[in-house]
Every structure is written in C-alpha cells, then in structure tokens.
Write a protein that binds this ligand. Structure first.
Ligand code: GDP
Ligand code: MG
Length: 213
C-alpha cells in the first residue's frame, strides 16, 4: 500500500458511522473485548473528548468539557463495527474528592494494564504546559504493559508554531528511550481540525512499526 492509499483508507474509516456503546464506571462494566480498541488518555481538560469528536467530524458525540457523570467513566464508541474508540476519565482532576480520584485512577490503570483488545493509546498533552508527573506515570505504565502509544499534543491553536516545535523536541527526547512509545509526536487542534490526518493513519494501524497484526 502506498502512503497515499494508507492516508485515504484512514480518512475513510473515520467518516463511517460511530455510535456510543456504553459507559463503564467500574471495570466489571466494560463491554466484551470483541473489537480492537484505541484509547484516549490524558489529564482532565486536555481535550480528549474534543479530539474524538474532531476525528469523527462530530460535534458532541463524546461529550466535551463538564458533563457530569460521563467524564468519570470509560466511554466506548463503536466505529463502524471495526474499531472501538475509548474516552478515558481524565486523571489529575484536583477539585474532586480524593477517594473519587483514586477510584478513576484505579479504573484507568486497570483498563490500560489488562484490556486484552487494547491496541493503541493516544496520550494527550496540552501544547501549552510541560509534561506532568501523572503523564509520566501513564507512560511508564504503558511501557510496562507493552501497549503502543503515541503522544498527541492538543490545543496547538493556542501557541505559536515555534513553541510547538520546541515542545515536540522536548517530548521526542523524553520518549526516545521508552519502548512502547511511537517515535513521533503529532500536534493537533480540535478547534482548527489540524494534525488529524496524521493521527488517523496511526490509529488505523497502517503506519505503525508495531503493527504485526
Ligand atoms: N482552543 C482549543 N480549545 C480546545 C481544544 N480542544 C479542547 N478544547 C477546550 O478544552 C476544554 C476541555 O476539552 P475536553 O475535550 O472536554 O477535555 P477532556 O476533559 O480531556 O475530555 C473545552 O473547553 C474545549 O472546548 C483545541 O484544540 N483548541
Ligand atoms: Mg472528556
């Protein structure tokens, strides 16, 4: 397949019908592992739900910002019976009670560590902020669990292009020795729909050195 065909296949995949399947507040509620899954992880407010909507060209399939409830569970979206997109609860949500934070953190950890059909993770980092300790913890968990992940910078529209390049350089240096990290970083903006084509190719699995399926 040529690079052009791979891009076209990936683009087409994301134009297909996508439906909300279920929300799991507990690991016992996750649906059967029938489809390959791609999960979106990152701190609260980093732009996970917005990015999922942007990839699908939808406005509010994954509820963005503060819809109570929905953001505290793992939300599953079936893309044309081919792929499950998974919106994870955000970690590092400071204004919630400690016991609740612990509960979501455990849920996310368990999911990332043990979900058999999890193929790829997009780990979202805000273009404007430095990588936080909680982000590094997730990277270490994914390296240990050998789950392929890509670092995705979000809200690229909020910073100047040279700052994006600087941030990419720093992140690239930080992930160079991480075994499960995809060796390139993509900058995206859900507001401007930028960086999405490259991300779709990774998610469609056609461009990954780890792709042995
Ligand atoms: N300017 C800008 N704002 C964004 C972008 N993506 C998300 N946001 C905003 O950031 C906030 C959090 O986004 P959301 O998708 O709910 O984050 P989540 O908690 O990670 O799911 C919302 O107010 C979004 O409108 C982006 O690419 N550019
Ligand atoms: Mg969200």
């Amino acid at each position: 397949m040529t690079a052009c065909e791979a891009g076209e296949n990936a683009r087409r995949l994301f134009t297909q019908e996508c439906t909300f399947v279920t929300g799991a507040a507990d690991y016992s509620q996750v649906p059967p592992a029938d489809l390959d899954e791609i999960a979106f992880a990152g701190r609260s407010n980093v732009g996970k739900s917005s990015l999922i909507n942007a990839l699908l060209g939808r406005r509010n399939l994954a509820r963005s910002s503060n819809t109570p409830g929905r953001t505290r569970q793992i939300n599953f979206f079936n893309l044309a019976g081919k792929l499950m997109l998974v919106d994870l609860p955000g970690y590092g949500f400071a204004s919630a009670p400690k016991t609740e934070i612990l509960q979501w953190t455990r849920l996310v950890d368990t999911y990332l560590r043990f979900r058999p059909c999890l193929r790829r993770v997009c780990l979202l980092l805000d273009s404007r902020h430095d990588t936080k300790a909680s982000d590094v913890e997730v990277m270490s968990l994914l390296d240990e669990a050998a789950v392929s992940y890509m670092i995705v910078l979000t809200k690229a529209d909020k910073v100047a292009p040279h700052q994006i390049e600087e941030r990419k350089g720093k992140v690239n240096a930080a992930i160079s020795k991480r075994p499960a990290a995809f060796p390139s970083v993509v900058a995206t903006s859900a507001a401007r729909n930028s960086g999405l084509a490259e991300l779709k190719i990774f998610l469609a699995g056609t461009n990954s050195p780890y792709d042995e399926e």
